[in-house]
Ligand binder design. Structure first.
Ligand code: PLP
Length: 391
């Protein structure tokens, strides 16, 4: 008997546990001081009414013999995939086929599971700083990882380097943790590199709904040629507050063929073998996100978060602090004040102002002197945070 020893190569993640410990210690020493948490990457506004109504209705159906549903399609119900297809056509001018869309219980699962269809011999290219799931899931498989440097010099938007050869490329735009968003020309460069090097781009669009600037792409498939080299992951988590409800989707275009094998076929086989689909009730809730009333209400929530993001963005601009994000993203990533390193800055903000954020070092070595704040708290708390940052 042998275990997968690659797991022993994973770095323990102490980021959020260390933050929690430090905050608890501070609270114990300063019971009367207010703490404002802008570290969380979780949404705080509840599900919108059209979604709740759809969830209730679907639950009712499950209790009636005539409308009860057992196993559904592993790839997701047609009604939800049609709604996603229409969303792509209407908002991104991207035409998809129903069989290119796979519904899942969230982007994280699919981002991890997709690696089943790739050889462990592939080299992966991952940005530093990064959403840790990309790195850890490859360590688990023992794949070779090369890091692309996201730095102040490239505004945290690394571009292809022809001298670096990779088979699988991770791009996340709008980015977690940096909030940076690739423009059309930059994504065109990546698609060109992937096509030339016969690499596959894994594009994480979990934050696409926060892009307000119409000139910015919200899907890799808005770029010509991307259907031949990319897979896209998306989620209802941040779009519609589904972090606890769980639903996402992955687009694997039919035109994506590697060595004569369509990846869509492999992914379908993987999903039909290892996955039994997302609950009918949740899929009805996700469908309601795309209804006219659902869209109006989720947009209102997104605007609430973006007002917070804009507050933080303006405050840092006023203070002349270098930062990315905050404009088309709920994340604001900025240089720590006075040359501090990110954990020292964490302690400084906590002990001086009761303000909690996330040290950039937790996302990679390039985050060493950077800090992440999120827009997912209330407007009142964000205002308080801003007044403290501006002091
Ligand atoms: N991708 C990125 C970049 C994220 O930040 C997150 C969640 O924080 C996810 C994917 C996971 O989304 P889900 O809740 O759909 O699993």
């Amino acid at each position: 008997m042998k275990i997968n020893t690659n797991y022993l190569n994973l770095n323990e993640s102490y980021l959020f546990s260390t933050i929690a410990r430090k905050v608890n210690e501070y609270k114990a020493q300063n019971p009367d001081k207010e703490i404002i948490r802008l570290g969380i990457g979780d949404v705080t506004l509840p599900l919108v009414k059209p979604v709740v109504d759809a969830l209730k209705k679907a639950s009712g159906e499950m209790g009636i013999k005539e409308t009860f549903r057992g196993y559904g399609d592993e790839q997701g119900y047609g009604f939800l995939r049609e709604a996603i297809m229409k969303y792509y056509a209407d908002t991104k001018r991207v035409n998809l086929e129903l069989s290119e869309i796979f519904v899942s219980d969230g982007a994280k699962s699919d981002i991890g599971n997709i690696l089943d269809i790739f050889s462990k011999d592939n080299t992966v290219l991952i940005p530093d700083p990064v959403y840790p799931v990309y790195a850890d899931t490859n360590v688990m498989d023992g794949r070779k990882t090369v890091y692309m440097q996201a730095t102040k010099e490239n505004n945290f938007l690394p571009l292809p380097d022809e001298s670096v050869k990779a088979d699988i490329i991770y791009l996340c735009s709008p980015n977690n943790p940096t909030g940076a968003v690739y423009n059309r020309a930059q994504l065109t460069e990546w698609v060109g590199y992937a096509l030339k090097n016969r690499a596959v781009i894994l594009f994480d669009a979990a934050y696409e709904c926060f892009v307000a600037d119409k000139s910015l792409p919200t899907s890799i498939f808005e770029i010509e040629g991307a259907k031949e080299c990319a897979i896209e992951f998306c989620s209802f988590s941040k779009t519609a507050g589904f972090t606890g409800t769980r639903c996402g989707y992955t687009v694997v275009p039919k035109a994506l063929i590697v060595d004569g094998t369509p990846l869509n076929k492999l992914w379908l086989r993987r999903q039909t073998t290892k996955f039994n689909g997302v609950s009918y009730i949740v899929q009805r809730g996700a469908e309601a996100v795309f209804s006219p009333a659902g869209q109006i209400e989720i947009r209102r929530n997104i605007e609430t978060y973006m007002n917070n993001a804009n507050l933080l963005d303006s405050a840092l601009a006023k203070k002349d602090v270098y930062h990315t994000g905050g404009k088309n993203s709920p994340y604001i990533w900025f240089e720590c004040f006075d040359g501090m390193e990110s954990w020292a800055f964490f302690d400084y903000l906590l002990t001086r102002y009761g303000l909690v954020g996330t040290p950039g070092a937790g996302f990679g070595s390039n985050g060493k002197s950077f800090f992440r704040l999120t827009a997912f708290n209330s407007y009142e708390n964000t205002l308080k945070a801003v007044s403290k940052l501006l002091k």
